[in-house]
Design a binder for this molecule. Structure first.
Ligand code: BLA
Length: 315
């Protein structure tokens, strides 16, 4: 059989006519993820003083090779927030992307807020989560600290935004029992549900931020720092958005965008390398395997039950 085209080729077995129809529908709805970012910024400002960060200047201007696409970057800091940043891509053919994340300062043991939404005329690929900083599958204490009481929130969207099927097995370690991982092709009703979920998840994160106090134990701060650095190292190397970014802005700008902006901290919070954390990616010549995954994809169904217990196999 012919190999499946990559999703960003916008040609996922649907006709040209159907794609045009969907693009027009999205455009007519004035659809853009910027309203998600605006909501998050407004809500954050109601609670803390957000200071613009200078990361965009460090990055310099990034020319977009595809003349019709727009790249919008925003970043801030706050007393407990090391970096709140967003990237929105307003592409052609109805491509809309949002990568929004909030990284706590390492003195605070807070989850990482993560919203990654990719929309093309063929497909929406969604990850929304309070990514755990520590191992939420085997560390019961950590699960009880944050996720046990968030389980009702996770269940609230299970019907509307159901599990999206098999994923890169490695990614699952970075997800929590309340992760919304979903794929869909319709637009309006699903996007309304997604906006509602985004608002709920963000409010839940802000509430945690309000309540968390500064860690005084140096070894625990170190532990937070390493956990965040490991997360950043994973994403800066293996983020699924990489291919599209390369196409849009080229290889060198993509590297800068990932290391200086999106996953800022990867070069500052620690000195371990990708292969120190993930040695299974090492090739014989000592370089990093290009593959996204060594383990392959698994977890056809949600691998957590309603109590938040891990029920996945082959992990
Ligand atoms: C696909 N993005 C995916 C998938 C996941 C994520 C789980 C499904 C494919 C897979 O199994 O890996 C998201 N993965 C994550 C996140 C984490 C993770 C958030 O490990 C966090 C730890 N996605 C973006 C951006 C773009 C993008 C910015 O966030 C584009 C610029 C695109 N994501 C994108 C595309 C796919 C995808 C095109 C489908 C292609 C593929 O499966 O590789």
């Amino acid at each position: 059989a012919a190999p499946k085209p990559p999703i960003w080729s916008f040609n996922h077995g649907i006709s040209w006519r159907e794609r045009k129809r969907r693009s027009a529908a999205i455009e007519a709805a004035g659809f853009s993820y910027q309203k998600f970012v605006n909501f998050a910024l407004d809500e954050t400002k109601r609670r803390v003083h957000l200071v613009p960060s200078s990361l965009q200047e460090k990055l310099g201007s990034i020319p977009v090779t595809d003349g019709k696409a727009e790249l919008k970057l925003q970043s801030f800091e706050a007393p407990k927030i090391r970096l709140l940043r967003s990237m929105c891509i307003n592409g052609n053919e109805a491509m809309q992307v949002m990568d929004f994340a909030v990284f706590p300062k390492v003195e605070y043991d807070l989850p990482i807020f993560c919203a990654n939404f990719f929309t093309s005329s063929a497909m929406n690929i969604i990850v929304l989560d309070l990514n755990p900083l520590h191992d939420v599958i085997s560390n019961r204490e950590y699960f009880e600290k944050y996720y046990e009481r968030l389980m009702p929130l996770g269940l609230k969207y299970e019907q509307l935004l159901p599990w999206g099927g098999k994923i890169t097995s490695e990614s699952l370690r970075f997800f929590s029992p309340i992760v919304i991982w979903t794929k869909f092709s319709e637009t309006q009703a699903k996007h309304n549900a997604l906006f509602a979920a985004f608002k709920d998840y963000y409010e839940a994160w802000l509430e945690l931020m309000d309540q968390v106090s500064m860690e005084m134990d140096a070894s625990r701060v170190m532990c937070n720092c390493e956990a965040q650095h490991r997360y950043l190292t994973w994403r800066a190397e293996k983020d699924p958005g990489r291919q599209i970014l390369k196409k849009l802005i080229g290889k060198d700008h993509t590297k800068d965008l990932l290391r200086i902006f999106l996953f800022n901290g990867v070069d500052e919070l620690g000195s371990k390398t990708f292969l120190d954390y993930f040695p299974e990616y090492k090739l014989e010549d000592g370089t990093v395997n290009d593959k996204r995954s060594i383990m392959g994809k698994s977890f056809e169904n949600r691998p957590w039950n309603s109590k938040g217990e891990f029920i996945g196999t082959n992990f």
